[in-house]
Ligand binder design. Sequence first.
Ligand code: FAD
Length: 320
Amino acid sequence: MAEVLVYVDHVDGAVRKPTLELLTLARRIGEPVAVVLGGGAADAAATLADHGAVKVLTHDASEYAEYLVVPKLDALEAAYEAVSPAAVLVPSSAEGKEIAARLALRIGSGIITDAVDLEAGDEGPVATQSVFAASFTTKSRVIKGTPVITVKPNSAAVEPAPTAGTVEVLKVNFSDEATGTKVTGRTPRGSTGRPELTEAAIVVAGGRGVGGAEHFAIIETLADELGAAVGASRAAVDAGWYSHTHQVGQTGKTVSPQLYIAAGISGAVQHRAGMQTSKTIVAINKDAEAPIFDLADYGVVGDLFEVVPQLTGEVKDGKA
Ligand code: FAD
């Protein structure tokens, strides 16, 4: 069976959920070979083998942390040459897409970005994309070279598929360009203690109806009771009430949690593009005609300043 390279996104060996989703998709089209760069490879390798990686290629060097993407690109290209895979899958993060695009250019291949599904086809993997604010679904296939495909988070379920997962150290020769752009400083984002938005099982999101930065506390309180991440519409972000890293939608993040609670959000097509694949959608809006209700599994017509604290209280009581 053909091998499929999977570029691993991890933090010190803790593999991030979008990579585990990639392994589910990779198994549909071949045998996953994972590429882990930087420290923590042993921890990552165990997780990757549990999720179906037949082989894990590792390489650690200070260049991965000290410089921008080129060292990682050099390593992925080395893995590509070592394996001659049927496809290369990369998570659709900003960095992932840059690495994927540069790799496609280097190896003379076509690239598909932001796929939301992947299936085997007679002439190579077929990727599904959701385009024009999710108004159209397209299917496409790379017809030149080895397909390089980036896949959005939450596009597939994480499925354990334990294998022996051999670990090999990759040989990497860094190119002259690898050290061209040095990282001069890092400022870690303050931790909220909440789950990462794109990986959370529950998201509570607020929109313009929240009415101000100071009122987002009621959204956060409900989120904390539920162990959820906080999301925001672009209107709330543009007003400066919540940071852009929490924006859900076409120009924000795509989420697909088990439960999405939208409070004071009208449900514009660009917002829906980022959350409509959520398993259960609850909308709280004082306008019974708001388009979000067309999409919601459960709707509450009411003032969020009354409904959200009541809901928080119910969740609290339910846990007592
Ligand atoms: P509004 O549309 O103003 O809706 C506010 C809602 O709150 C209303 O339905 C109102 O009835 C309700 N409300 C008011 N007060 C209360 C209350 N007290 N209790 C209960 N309900 C109340 N938007 C995104 O969200 N994400 C994107 O990524 C995004 N990308 C975009 C990209 C482009 C190119 C463009 C053109 C637009 C994009 N937008 C995006 C903007 C989008 O079109 C909408 O303007 C935006 O989603 C509206 O946000 P909202 O629902 O919070 O505000």
